[in-house]
Design a protein around this ligand. Sequence first.
Ligand code: 5AD
Ligand code: SF4
Length: 456
Amino acid sequence: MKSCSQNTAKGKKVFIQTYGCQMNEYDTDKMFEVLRHENYFHTDSQEDADLIILNTCSIREKAEHKVYSELGRLRDLKTANPELKIGVGGCVAQQEGEAILRRDSNVDFVFGTDNLFELPRMLRKVHKGEKITKTQRYDRQKVRNFIPEYTYQKLQHSGIKAHLTITKGCNNYCSFCVVPVTRGLEVSREPDQIIAEAERLVSTGTREICLLGQNVNSYKANGVDFVELLQRLDKLDGLQRLRFTSPHPKDFHEKLADAIASLPSLCEQLHLPLQSGSDRVLRRMRRWYTMETYYQKVAMLRERLPNATLSTDLIVGFPGETDEEFEMTIEAVRKIRFDLIYSFKYSPRPGTRAANYPGHLSESVKSERLKILLEIQEKIVREKFQALVGTEQEVLIEGNHHRKANTAAGRTRGNHPVFIKNSTKKAGDLMTVLITKANQNSLEAVPSSAIYSPGI
Ligand code: 5AD
Ligand code: SF4
């Protein structure tokens, strides 16, 4: 979680709990920014807070449950401090709206994914004792400018790494996914607005930007497409690294593969969600690609960059998935050898097509399939991490090891976490390291030769 200020002298204190994806983390940052203008300051302690906001996620059932159990825990705080205000934002709020107020009388306000800039107005009403629900969607033009006047004001230090949303919403309606319901249809932000936000981030110390969108590579605004946007961002002075997540395989083309291979700041890393290794399941998921085309896309990347990091999302136990179809996912994992997999048990989501498909599988079948997948992937990751030992890598330092002295922590261009022994480098420095050891989830290294150290 990020702070909006260290100074708590006069203002009120806000605690924001973020669930789910990077898009929500980004929205949380924006909430802090909006609230800072209302004289709210960040606190790490719920007990200290005058305002608690839960920025929720509804992508899977488990994520949604967490929100309701957290609200249950907050009941005691509200009893102890009746002045405490509690708000629920994000995807659960968008979908459930007023029902949250009915379900939990301690909640004061509920706001949707388009409405975070209305927080000041909502809070004024809440302080007058009103209960508020604000989940309306805005028309295209308003959403285009969904980060209005605050965009151009200088942030306090914004961190070595930052997220930057370039599109919101999604038009794909994959049959399992609730995002088009909770985030609405896809809207691309104006390129000039994105560049201005990136410039502002770099001017306050950011060295790495990760562009966010549900389907980033279908970005198009004012005649500028995704690759052209990347080209413009790549030219920014002081921006060392650029990443993006997530592209849809159906929109991954040669032009983007060329950009990853040629733009200096764009890291050699791709997250390409596969979801399933079976064509029949992919069709029923409404993913609009086949395994043959997916393999071609992987080849497109690896022909240009054989060592690029490739990660993916996979769902096991989709309705009607047979043993053979699950085996096809395993086969794809074995063949492609992803560096990282985010794997999920299928979870029916209200308002999605797949929720009404026949053939829902039992929890135990889903768990068993997930276990098999994780075991196979664990071995692949171990081998791939081991293969990095002895190589030289460029690392962007993000800080120090939380326990070990003289040990810097950072990431490679491929996004592998690395700890560098005997390093005096500071956050924001770039350095070349020699990888000396592979642990389960991280690499160890020693300094090679410093190539750049601007300090901050
Ligand atoms: N059940 C399980 N996993 C899901 N995802 C999205 N919706 C569901 C669902 N209903 C996964 C997909 C997606 C990632 C962000 O979450 O793999 O790529
Ligand atoms: Fe959901 Fe599919 Fe859109 Fe991704 S592309 S956000 S999985 S609907």
